[in-house]
Ligand binder design. Sequence first.
Ligand code: SF4
Length: 502
Amino acid sequence: MRIHLVNPSHISFGTGVITPRWLFVLAASTPREYGDPEIVDETLEPIDPSRIRTGDVVGIGIHTGNALRGYEVGRLARERGASVVYGGIHAGLYPEEALEIGGATAVVKGDGDVIWKTVIEDCIAGRPQKVYEAGRIPAERFQPARWDLLPPDRYMWASVQTVRGCPKHCSFCSVWRTDGQEPRQRASDVILEEIVALRRLGFRFIALADDNFYPVTLTDLKHAERREDKARFHELKELREERFELMARMAKLPSDMVFFTQITMEVAEDPEFLEAMRAANIKGALVGVESVTPEGLKSVYKDFNVAGDELVERLRTIRQAGVHVLGSFIFGLETDRPETFEATATLAQKADLTFAQFVMMTPFPGTLDFKKWEDSLSDDPTRIAGIPLTRHWLIPQHLRPKLYTPHPVLSQDEIKARTQDVWNRFYSFSAIWKRSRCTPTLRSRLAFVLISKLYRQMYANTGIATDSSRIQRATRVASWIAKPCRRLFQTAPMPELMVPSA
Ligand code: SF4
């Protein structure tokens, strides 16, 4: 009897950018008496079904984007006599879907870290429950990952989580509803132990795979301080102090380490936090800009962001503090007009962004936008391959539309073409070369070009293209570029490294 953990994907690049952390967390939650689980990340290569035998337990983690492939893998595993267990955001939202069409034996709703052991035991004993309500576990119970099972030569970035949950409530995002709005922060000891374990193995690039690394803003503190009851203020202050303690300890790690995370733009008003990030070698962060217009920001409940010149200023402040910004923008909002694309492309250049991504508005389950959209289509008879639009993730990949919400002014083709054009402009050779000046040597400038091209190839060309031959070509090119890129991330192990003191 073997345990398998599968990260499904319909595209395999041979090389991975960021390690899917959950695979190694559930590996750690697997009792040792069952042996090391077989870990399959299909973003590297597809699963080999012959490895699955009768009586095995197969855990599959799905989000909406890979649910369809996940169900294929689940059915295949069930046919081979295995117990199939689904987890992940999508399975938690639609457990009945995994049971009906994914061949599920059981579905876990919520955090899998603690319950996984019980689920395995129940499957082996032949008495699995259909649905396990795991809920949100406290940070002290988050499981550290089994990094000893990480293949040394497949991924560019390892991933460590420091906090789950996000206090914001953006309408297109499900994180705050699934992981909660109360930040669950891990203690710095366990975080540093994982980071050191990775550096000992030779990983110096580590993504802090958090919902929001900056969960307490100065504005939050100010508002809490004004209240008569100071309990919330003290709670927030403590959370903030813990962040600083973590970053101070990270600053004592080898100086060649590079961290990347996800924050909100409000950090630009917090020079002390930015300085601590710089000292801790957090050299890059994804910042959700979403829209460059105030109307666009309002429409996605993100009016804590700013627009126009103030936006450029804020993004530049983060960059000047030594933190490179990967700006994330959404196109296809109701408020977008033809000139929005031009304005976004110009702003992305002006704001000193090191990387950028331009995604098209998709209503994802679990979000406020999805609920509104689903309700608006309740009488819509449209089906693609027999599937209603409101279950778009079940439509075969090559038939799936790229946009789901009708736009008051722009056609779907126009939004797609203009989005592609913004990607092209931001990642043109001359623009990348100019941006590569942020690195010190010719060698690193060339590396920057290669990585920028890879990023664009993986996220724009496989995401926006609709015909399967274009997607295949883009995947092939990305695989070629990814191999030499990965070598740039490799470094000598430091087996003797110790955890820095508090
Ligand atoms: S988009 Fe970012 S800031 Fe908004 S709720 Fe999601 S994680 Fe939080």
